[in-house]
Design a protein around this ligand. Structure first.
Ligand SMILES: Nc1nc2c([nH]c(=O)n2[C@H]2C[C@H](O)[C@@H](COP(=O)(O)OP(=O)(O)OP(=O)(O)O)O2)c(=O)[nH]1
Length: 150
């Protein structure tokens, strides 16, 4: 019998994961202004970056926050949705986090840092992918909603 040719569905490569940390202290979250590249410079984001192959989300976030801010963090629950970027090639995922130890964040790679309370989240131009996440962060930062904080 002649084998029936199988339908071939083109395989999309897995998106590259970008992890971000919503570091919260006393009801305010740390926002970071990108310094480069020119396409995203001046946009505000959560500290973080690409998870390396085989690296857990938590390990990637701890590493990135040490590199970018000189702080050690403890990572909590995810906040907001996974947000596809670059036509699905990248996926942004953000977790609540808190500072561990006495070190305060320093802008080692960003051009500015700001601590924003619930009513101040619109004070900076977030990168587009961050907006649905910031929307879900707002009620968590408000005094009545700090249930999910790590
Ligand atoms: N870290 C971070 N990146 C974000 C956010 N929102 C957003 O659109 N991005 C984009 C900006 C960049 O195009 C990409 C992250 O790349 P990156 O350059 O920070 O990654 P990285 O630290 O691993 O650096 P590299 O390996 O490319 O040098 O994701 C966010 O909240 N945090």
């Amino acid at each position: 019998m002649t084998p029936v040719p199988q339908e071939r569905t083109p395989q999309r490569p897995e998106p590259r994961l970008i992890v971000g940390a919503a570091i919260v202290v006393d009801g305010r979250v740390l926002a970071c202004e990108r310094a480069d590249p020119p396409e995203t410079a001046g946009g505000w984001e959560f500290p973080g970056g690409k998870a390396e192959p085989g690296e857990s989300d938590v390990d990637a976030l701890v590493r990135e926050c040490e590199e970018e801010l000189g702080v050690h963090i403890e990572v909590g629950e995810q906040v907001g949705p996974d947000v596809p970027m670059n036509g699905g090639a990248l996926l942004l995922r953000v977790y609540l986090a808190r500072l561990v130890g006495d070190s305060l964040p320093v802008a080692l790679e960003h051009s500015a840092l700001r601590w924003l309370g619930a009513g101040e989240l619109d004070d900076v131009p977030w990168l587009p992918a961050d907006k649905p996440i910031v929307t879900e962060l707002e009620p968590i930062l408000s005094p009545s909603g700090q249930r999910s904080l790590p």
